[in-house]
Design a protein around this ligand. Structure first.
Ligand code: UDP
Length: 449
């Protein structure tokens, strides 16, 4: 890996605050051209799925040495079998990652099966409430909820077979499948993708006895883990550089998507891609953008989804629209979940990417932005500080004013911004690509040969 270069602009030594009394670095604001804005097209059907890539397809991205190492590491564990169990086959980051990981491990002759647990609406309501409570929300854990959780786990235990050498249970929903352990010879691993740093005490008190029966737990960030009597490992989440969301795109496609959404590529574009959720602070992004635009010409793109099937998302989208007013430089897009290519194009068209979260999981949108070499400004929460090393691979912010300051700073210091982008891409290449994830699984398997 090329050494990451740090540039430390003098103006950044003091605490950066945006003040309207500071001299303007680039006060030029071009006339607004609202007539260029077109109504975004809506997509009614998802595109056909793309077949998963093969290991060799990654060679041009990570180089032959990385693939040689994977093949070498796999040699000793070739006869091993692995089972992944989670709660959904589509939607969500875990399913997206398993969709890539399972075929790649199998290609390395580590036969990997993937099973999805089933349950009624009552089960998924309970596990959604557990998920939120483990992230710190208020919740009354009832006996009924515990019974539903245990009943569906038991049904799945009876239905499933665990003949593999290693069983990996993803997240809390299937955690009680560990009860099948006594009937198997397998090593059992709990792969926790959520932030357990501040869990609801009752819900964690209920789940903890299950977790403690595993041979190991895996967390996505040091800051998400809990003290446990079992070994713990750190596996960063990952992105696939060949997915529709992250693959290289022809500039003509980027242009087409921008034309469709009314985004003007001749002017700086600041983008946040996120569900319309208060914890992603889209209203704060609008405020930061409006502050920054007093000094630098730019447009804001807020691309999100989920608002149509989530009542709270619809409310947040309404708040965002109100905050934006009729500002022709703010493009708000409520996209269906299958717009990976469009999101890729919008990220690639962006001059800067923002992820101004107040609370966050790992923050895959940040990983995606860094991978595209984009100077990125993000809230210093969740897994974002694992990805953004302040002033080296991006800029961390803590407030609307800080975010506005950094938008203005990076737009007026393009060389520094470009260096951040290059460093960010290297950081992702080294730590957060699917090939690194495959390597971590192989190393874990070798530990148990
Ligand atoms: N995403 C998407 N469409 C949207 C908004 C987000 O496909 O309208 C994607 C985004 O590109 C990223 C993922 O959803 O891959 C969000 O992951 P992240 O960890 O950033 O946040 P989460 O939504 O899981 O809290």
């Amino acid at each position: 890996m090329e050494p990451l270069k740090q540039q430390s602009p003098e103006s950044e030594q003091a605490a950066p605050e945006l003040s309207p009394h500071q001299p303007m670095a680039s006060p030029q604001v071009l006339p607004l051209q609202p007539e260029r804005r077109k109504a975004p097209r809506t997509w009614e059907t998802p595109p056909a799925p793309v077949p998963p890539p093969h290991l060799d397809d990654y060679q041009s991205i990570v180089g032959p040495a990385v693939l040689d190492e994977l093949r070498f590491l796999a040699r000793e564990v070739k006869a091993r079998t692995l089972k992944m169990v989670n709660s959904t086959a589509v939607g969500g980051g875990v399913a997206e990652m398993l969709n890539r990981l399972v075929p790649l491990l199998s290609e390395l002759d580590v036969t990997t099966h993937w099973d999805v647990i089933t349950g009624g609406n009552d089960f998924f309501e309970v596990t959604k409430a557990f998920h939120n409570a483990l992230h710190g929300s208020d919740y009354e854990l009832t006996r009924h909820a515990q019974e539903i959780f245990l009943m569906y786990n038991e049904q799945n235990r009876q239905r499933m077979q665990f003949s593999e050498d290693v069983v990996v249970i993803h997240d809390p929903q299937p955690a009680a499948l560990i009860r099948a352990r006594a009937e198997t010879q397998a090593r059992w691993v709990w792969r926790c993708h959520i932030d357990l740093s501040n869990p609801h005490p009752q819900v964690w008190g209920f789940l903890r006895p299950f977790v403690e029966q595993y041979d190991a737990a895996i967390f996505s960030s040091q800051s998400f883990a809990r003290q446990l009597p079992i070994p713990q490992y750190l596996f960063y989440p990952c992105i696939d550089p060949l997915s529709e969301k992250n693959k290289e795109l022809d500039d003509s496609l980027v242009q087409k998507v921008c034309d469709e959404f009314g985004v003007d590529r001749s002017r700086p574009i600041v983008t946040q891609v996120s569900r319309f959720d208060r914890l992603k602070d889209p209203v704060g992004v609008v405020q930061a953008f409006k502050l920054a635009r007093k000094y630098v010409d730019c447009q804001l793109v807020l691309a999100g989804g989920g608002a149509s099937d989530d009542p709270e998302g619809a409310l947040v989208l309404k708040e965002v629209r109100e905050a934006a007013g009729n500002d022709p430089d703010i493009v708000i897009l409520d996209l269906p979940p299958w717009c990976a290519l469009e999101i890729n194009a919008l990220q690639r068209a962006s001059t800067l990417i923002v992820q101004k979260s107040i609370k966050e999981g790992f923050g895959l949108t940040v990983t995606e932005a860094l991978w595209k070499g984009k100077p990125t400004i993000a809230g210093a929460v969740g897994g974002i500080p694992n990805q953004i090393i302040h002033k080296l691979t991006g800029m961390l912010v803590h407030s609307v004013e800080g975010c506005a300051y950094q938008i203005r700073y990076l737009l007026t210091h393009p060389e520094f911004a470009a260096q951040l982008g290059r460093n960010g891409r290297e950081h992702v290449k080294e730590n957060f690509l699917i090939t690194t994830n495959v390597r971590r699984w192989l190393l874990l398997l070798r530990r148990w040969v």
